[in-house]
Design a protein around this ligand. Structure first.
Ligand code: N01
Length: 514
C-alpha cells in the first residue's frame, strides 16, 4: 500500500536527551486557536511562551487539508479573526490556500511566528505537583511550563476506517486530510469513501480528471446551494477604505447564521425552509430518480453538518461516476468489493472518513495530578468546566475542546470567546499571585448538566442520524448546543468561584479554596 498516512511531524531522535527549556506558557498547536492564543499573549505583554507545532508551518487544519477543492463553507468575512479583517479576500467563500496564507500572514504580523517551535510533536505532558509545573516532552525538545494550553484542535487527527483487507491494497491510499499532491490521479480509477464535508469538495474537483470515480456512501448528506462568487476589485477597495462596511457585513452574516440555531436547537419548524431548499436543489441537479433516491437522506436536516455545494450532485451524476450505497465488504490489492458482491478495480483510494473528534488523541498524552491521562478521566465522556478546564489538571486549558464545535457558523467566533476566557484566567493568576488554578468537579458536573439540558430535543440528538457530534455513549460532547452569543456570555470572564487557587508561597500540598 502506497499511502500518505501520518507524516507531518519532524522527529528529532535526540529529544529526550536535550535540556529542558523553561517557559511560562506552552501552547500546543498553531491553527486558528493556537495563533489566536499566541496573539492574545503578545497583546498582554507576555513574551515567555512557546507554540509547539508538530508540522513545519502554522495553519492547523488549513495547512493539512490540501485536497483538491478544499475550501471553507463559512464566508470569509466571518471566518476570520475579528481583530484582523482581510479586505482582500478573493472569494466570498475562500479556498484553502488563501486561508492558509491569511494565517501565515497574521502570525507574522502579530509577532507570534517567532514563538513557534516547529517539528515539536507533543508526545507527553505531565503535571508535576511538587514543582507545580507541566513537563512537556516533544520531538523537538522538552519544556517545563507553568501553564499548558492545548489548542491541538478537534479536526487534527484523521480517522482511518477498519475495512477488511485495507492493508493489502497495493494502489495509492490518501486520507483527504493528508493529500499527496505529488501523486497524479489523472486517468485513474479512483474510489472515495465518505460523503461528508471533505468528500463533497474533493469529488467534484477530481471527477473531470479521472477515468472513473466511485463514491462509497454510507449515509447521504443534505446539501444546499453554495452562493460563492469572486470578490470584485472595487469591493476590495471599498473594504479598505471603509473597514466598518466589512464589519457590518460580518455582523449580518453572523446574525443570519444564528437563525439556524432556532431550528436546530429550539423549534424544528424553522428548519423546514432549509430542508425544502435542499430537496429542491437535489431535484434540480439530479434527474435520474434512482440516483436521486439514493442521495436523499432519511434523517432531519441539520442532524449532520449541512453541506453546501453546487457541483457535488452533478459530479456524482457524471457518466464516469458511480454512487455505491452497498457497504464495503472487502478491499483487495487492486479492487474494492461491495456487499452486493460487485468488485470494482481501483487505482487510488481516497479516505474522506473524518477525524478523531470524540476520542481526541492529545487526551492520551496529557497526564494530570493523579497520574491519569485526560483520556482515562474522560472514559465515561469528555467533561470540562466551560469547555476549557478539567478538575485534576491544574493550570491547564483547552481550546477547541469539548462542546465548542459549531456546524452552522464560524469556529473563529468560538475560538475568540475561549481565548478571552483563558486570558482572564491567566490575568487572575497574575493579579492574585497564584501558583495553581484549578477548576472543581462540581463546576464540571454543572457544565455537563447544562450541556445535557440544552441538547435535549435538539436535531443533533433527536434528528435520527448517527454523527461524530455524539460520543460512544450517545452524549453530545462536541457541539455547543445553543446560540453562540450565549457561549460568549458564559465565557466572557473567568468564573472565579468555580476554581481553587493556591497562592504562590503556599507549600506544594496545601490547597486553599479562594
Ligand atoms: O468527515 P465526516 P469530513 N465506511 O466525519 C464516512 C469540517 N470540514 O472530513 O456519515 C464507510 O463529516 C462517513 O459516513 P457516515 C466540518 O466540520 C469543514 O468530511 O458516518 N464510510 C461520512 O460520510 C466537517 O464536519 C469544511 O455514515 C465511512 C464520512 O466518511 C468535519 O470537517 C470542509 C466509514 C466522514 O465524514 C469533518 O468532515 C471539510 C467507513 N468505515 C471539512 N467511516 C469547511 O468547509 C467513515 N465513513 C469548513
Amino acid at each position: 500500500m502506497t499511502s500518505t498516512i501520518e507524516t507531518r511531524a519532524v522527529p528529532s531522535p535526540g529529544a529526550a536527551a536535550q535540556p529542558t527549556r523553561e517557559v511560562r506558557v506552552a501552547v500546543i498547536g498553531t491553527g486558528f486557536a493556537g495563533l489566536a492564543m499566541g496573539i492574545k499573549l503578545r497583546e498582554r505583554g507576555e513574551t515567555d511562551f512557546v507554540l509547539l507545532e508538530r508540522a513545519d508551518d502554522v495553519g492547523g487544519t488549513w495547512r493539512d487539508n490540501t485536497y483538491p477543492g478544499a475550501a471553507c463553507d463559512v464566508q470569509s468575512h466571518l471566518y476570520s479573526y475579528s481583530f484582523a479583517p482581510n479586505p482582500d479576500w478573493g472569494r466570498s467563500y475562500s479556498e484553502q490556500p488563501e486561508i492558509q496564507a491569511y494565517l501565515q500572514r497574521t502570525a507574522a504580523r502579530y509577532g507570534v511566528r517567532e514563538h513557534c517551535v516547529f517539528g515539536a510533536d507533543v508526545t507527553a505532558a505531565r503535571w508535576d505537583e511538587g514543582e507545580r509545573r507541566w513537563h512537556v516532552t516533544t520531538t523537538a525538545g522538552n519544556f517545563r511550563a507553568r501553564v499548558l494550553i492545548s489548542a491541538a484542535g478537534a479536526l487534527a487527527d484523521p480517522t482511518y476506517p477498519a475495512i477488511p483487507g485495507i492493508e493489502s491494497f497495493e494502489g495509492t491510499v490518501m486520507h483527504s486530510a493528508r493529500w499527496d499532491s505529488s501523486h497524479d490521479i489523472s486517468g485513474e480509477k479512483v474510489a472515495v469513501i465518505g460523503t461528508g464535508a471533505s468528500a463533497i469538495q474533493v469529488v467534484p474537483a477530481i471527477q473531470p480528471q479521472v477515468e472513473s470515480i466511485t463514491v462509497y456512501q454510507r449515509t447521504p448528506a443534505w446539501v444546499v446551494p453554495r452562493t460563492d462568487h469572486p470578490v470584485k476589485p472595487w469591493a476590495r477597495r471599498l473594504y479598505r477604505l471603509l473597514p466598518g462596511l466589512q464589519r457590518a457585513i460580518r455582523g449580518v452574516l453572523y446574525a443570519f447564521r444564528e437563525f439556524l440555531v432556532l431550528g436546530m436547537a429550539k423549534q424544528r419548524m424553522f428548519l423546514k425552509p432549509v430542508g425544502a431548499l435542499a430537496k429542491a436543489h437535489l431535484e434540480r441537479q439530479v434527474r435520474d430518480p434512482k440516483l436521486r433516491e439514493a442521495l436523499t437522506p432519511d434523517y432531519t436536516i441539520g442532524c449532520k453538518r449541512i453541506l453546501i455545494s453546487n457541483d457535488y450532485f452533478p459530479a456524482v451524476a457524471a457518466p464516469n461516476a458511480e454512487l455505491v450505497t452497498a457497504g464495503i465488504a472487502e478491499i483487495r490489492p487492486r479492487s474494492i468489493v461491495s456487499e452486493d458482491g460487485i468488485e470494482r478495480p481501483t487505482d487510488t483510494l481516497v479516505l474522506a472518513t473524518g477525524f478523531h473528534v470524540t476520542d481526541l488523541p492529545i487526551a492520551e498524552k496529557i497526564c494530570g495530578r493523579e497520574g491519569r491521562t485526560l483520556a482515562e478521566v474522560w472514559e465515561e465522556g469528555m467533561v470540562t468546566n466551560r469547555s476549557a478546564a478539567v478538575a485534576g489538571f491544574p493550570n491547564m486549558f483547552l481550546l477547541v475542546g469539548p462542546n465548542v464545535g459549531v456546524g452552522h457558523t464560524s469556529m473563529v467566533y468560538m475560538i475568540e470567546s475561549q481565548v478571552s476566557y483563558v486570558d482572564d484566567a491567566l490575568r487572575t493568576m497574575e493579579t492574585e499571585d497564584l501558583a495553581v488554578l484549578e477548576t472543581t468537579p462540581e463546576a464540571q458536573a454543572a457544565w455537563r448538566e447544562l450541556i445535557a439540558e440544552k441538547s435535549k430535543g435538539t436535531v443533533w440528538l433527536a434528528g435520527g442520524c448517527a454523527s461524530w457530534y455524539l460520543d460512544k455513549h450517545g452524549h453530545n460532547s462536541t457541539l455547543w448546543p445553543d446560540f453562540t452569543f450565549r457561549f460568549r456570555k458564559l465565557t466572557k470572564q473567568l468564573d472565579r468561584e468555580n476554581y481553587v487557587g493556591v497562592p504562590a508561597g503556599a507549600p506544594a500540598s496545601t490547597e486553599e479554596a479562594a
